[in-house]
Design a protein around this ligand. Sequence first.
Ligand SMILES: O=C(CO)COP(=O)(O)O
Length: 138
Amino acid sequence: MNIALIAHDEKKKDIIQFAVAYHHILKGHTLFATGTTGKRISEEADLTIHRFKSGPLGGDQQIGAKIAEDEMDMVLFFRDPLTAQPHEPDITALIRLCDVYQIPLATNMAGAEILVRALDRGDLAWRSIVKDKKNNQE
Ligand SMILES: O=C(CO)COP(=O)(O)O
């Protein structure tokens, strides 16, 4: 599965702890992240991550583009709800695209834990079926 990991600055410590705690599950998947989040996770949680641009420089939009192409299976977005972000429209657009394309999305650590455990149990196998069907139609 292709998984996007994103964290606002105040939540970066949390996402690193999360990535360390669930390393055994995450390492079996293809990981993507916005720039700074990806750099920190790859350095501090020893995971290989494809990095997009930093969020304020378009990283959220790049992940949104992957969703629109049906190339992202899950988004774990540790949002900071208490700090205004200069790129708030990009964040809203990313969350909207998750809803448009039925992409499992967590916007905090509690939800991310549930999703990653579900992933490990195989609850997201339906994503492969959706993608296979789409590929056969093309
Ligand atoms: O701003 C972000 C998400 O909206 C995260 O971007 P960085 O991972 O580059 O800090």
